[in-house]
Design a protein around this ligand. Structure first.
Ligand code: AMP
Length: 214
């Protein structure tokens, strides 16, 4: 099963993809995470893309297509995968159709949420440096101050690009570049729109209903 998640930063794609990946037993691939780990490891790709990712600009599509093409050729993707963050433009969507041929995308989830909520979600986001648990200072902080609920760690990280100006640029990019992507996909009747101002569990339920595994 090939599932695509489309939505602005902070709309909950990362959270939902982890849950549905477990429910379907297929990997979830976040192109943002892949690029950030390349940057951290200072690979040649990482060095090349750092100047884009660190300021929230899209990396060139030919690089992105290549990364995805190689990743989905891995054995763990044989039964399907969830893509978070790709395709991000109409051109990438057309390239992706060619890359996966003769397979086709099964479903595209549109994560719909207002810009106001997004800003709070993204600016408030931080995660445990040890186990990766995700928190938000506005909506879901740690039970005890400065102590991870899961592993007790007191070291937390927030993303470098999670600053207001960068965030606004990313939201603008989303509206101007990614919205046409949804128009492109809507022609295929495979787009399911999710109201992502709802609770995490409610959104998960809608997703699982759509892929008919509840
Ligand atoms: P994300 O975590 O999905 O918001 O992605 C973080 C950053 O990675 C983006 O701001 C881009 O710099 C880069 N990136 C991720 N996915 C793509 C893509 N499909 N096309 C181009 N750049 C991407």
């Amino acid at each position: 099963m090939i599932i695509i998640l489309v939505g602005p930063p902070g709309s909950g794609k990362g959270t939902q993809s982890k849950i549905i990946s477990q429910a379907l037993n297929v990997p979830y691939l976040s192109t943002g995470d892949i690029l950030r780990s390349e940057i951290k490891a200072k690979t040649s790709l990482g060095i090349l893309v750092a100047e884009f990712v660190n300021v929230g600009k899209l990396i060139p599509s030919y690089l992105m297509n290549d990364v995805v093409k190689h990743r989905i050729a891995n054995d763990d993707c044989a039964n399907g995968y969830i893509l978070d963050g790709y395709p991000r433009t109409v051109d990438q969507a057309k390239d992706f159709d060619q890359i996966i041929k003769p397979k086709t995308i099964d479903i595209i989830f549109e994560f719909n949420v207002s810009d106001d909520i997004l800003i709070k979600r993204v600016l408030g986001r931080f995660s445990c440096a040890k186990c990766g648990a995700i928190y938000n200072e506005y909506f879901h902080t740690t039970i005890e101050p400065n102590k991870c609920d899961i592993c007790g760690e007191n070291d937390f990280v927030s993303r470098m690009d999670d600053e207001l100006e960068t965030l606004k640029a990313r939201i603008n990019d989303y509206h101007s570049i990614t919205m046409p992507l949804l128009d492109f996909y809507k022609k295929s009747n495979k787009v399911e729109r999710l109201d992502c101002s709802k609770k995490i569990e409610e959104i998960t339920e809608s997703i699982l209903k759509s892929i008919k595994i509840t």
